[in-house]
Design a protein around this ligand. Sequence first.
Ligand code: ATP
Length: 616
Amino acid sequence: MKFRELAEFFERLEKASSRLEMTSILAEMLSSAGKSEIGKAIYLSQGTIAAAHEGLEIGLGESLMINAIAKATGYSKKEVEELYKEKGDLGLAVQEIASKKKQRSLFSEELSLEKTFSNFVKIAKAEGPGSQELKIRLMAELFNSASPLEGKFIARIPVGKMRLGVGEPTIMDALATNYSKEFEKLFPKQVKEIKSALKEKKEEKRRKEFELRLKQRLRELIEEKYNIYSDLGEIAEMLKEKGLKGLEKVEITPGIPIRPTLAERLSSSEEIVKKIGKCFVEQKYDGFRLQVHKNGKEATVFSRQSENVTHMFPEIIKGVQEQLKAKKAIVEGEALAFNEATGEYFPFQVTIQRKRKYDIEKMAEEMPLKLFLFDVMLIENENMMTKKFVERRKALEKLVKPGGVIELTKSIVTGRAKEIDKFFEDSIEKGLEGIIAKDLNAKYIAGARKFAWIKLKRSYKGELSDSIEVVIAGYYKGKGKRAQFGLGGLLSCVYDKDADEFKSIAKIGTGMSEQQMTELEEMLSKTKTGKKPARVDSQLEPDFWVEPKYVIEVRADEITRSPNHTAGKDRTGGLALRFPRMVSFRFDRKPEDATTVKEIKEMFKKQKHVQVEEKT
Ligand code: ATP
């Protein structure tokens, strides 16, 4: 595939005004890519060169990029800088320069996707003396052969400004579109099921609905695989190579993260017992969730966001080798800093200091961690995810040799609300967050928030005391005193998982410190999109639209009905946050990790329920 063709798809994606349009462009793009190209096209469309767990980032600074542009085009650095300032985007600056290039290379040839990608990888891996010059040379080489449109994207990717808004769900939908004909042939049982469910429908509706449902089924199948193998690029390669048979090759693999299961909320132990009956109740620790993969002498640690954080936790790696009694295993737990002197756990604000790039050994000594395991997904070659929770827990107990950094979570098994309450109070007293109740019979449900796990925190007493994570989709210019920050408020959204869109829920104007406002303006002004992003659904028009990328935590008094917002919209209107205020940045969250519309609807329902109860 020529890089030109890919750039043309990117251009169309950038212009797309709906999520549906994006999916169909992506489907076309993925079907034009070859076997060795499809993964690369997927990574690049998301502005990366590898899946998150690889930790491979191009990370080229803007000043190096400006150098490279100058070197390739014959413009002076100052000229490039000025144009950048004028356009506010290095990609657009390059596009303009390239369209009136002063210097043409004699040897320039049309760029392939492979060549472009391989230069990006070389840049990402370059280190040590001379690496800066090498990076500039590799970039300049690309610019020399690039058309203006190619140049636009070649400049944006390495500086982390791709801005196409392509998320994993959209890619999975595009893959499902491309393989649904094959699915129809290979899975007669599913086809029969769908057809019989549609028997009653009228002929013309039937075919349309059939195609839709078929695609949905296939999409679920792809997502199931993605949940146990967090690398869509590789999954797409397997599909390209072997068609749907390729999916069979996707298995749990040490070294490739499994997407974490997530907990639902309920507001009392009675509700928990009503929902799942006798259950396993564990203390809820407030640290970092870690997924640990052991493969012989090797061990890898992944964060909740599937990033490889192995280097940060040397004592855990040691613990894995000393305490896990299997050659191969994937386990999961919460790590938190532990005060050996007092035998107490430190709060999250202390534990978080262990997430760092430098002074790791020193910090490991000063602030040792304990890892409390709560689940196991693989032991030797046995997939544990499909087993019941009780069986997994038993296996976990057998797997861990006691007496080290690794322990199992403290727990009780009960079907009585009173006992849960007692255990809850006990956990709070110890400075923990609350409890998590687990359905004894549930499988490990990767990548989803289901009632297999239910969290109960101190703050849930019905009112909206739980915080919400929202994605910023736009911002308003400040007035009066706020004008000096260039930011008066944020248009924020929650995530609609079914539609794969961001729906507006609040305008947030309070809670930010002056410093946070400056930071916000700086971050957001760099991600302005000039038009409403395709995956944002909002009736309100902020002064500036931005790429839905940054997640912040907010608190609010309650959820109310609103004619202005699109979250949870039905005939009576949408849902909005009343008196929303920012609490903190959540750089550890992807936009798709924000609170979902479904959760907001449930919180709204629960809140009504409590209000009625209070009144009676
Ligand atoms: P929260 O802010 O409540 O932690 P979250 O969105 O980070 O929410 P949830 O899935 O809602 O994650 O809550 C479960 C989280 O609680 C897990 O991701 C894990 O990090 C943590 N945790 C602490 N103790 C346990 C435990 N015993 N079992 C499972 N998860 C636990």
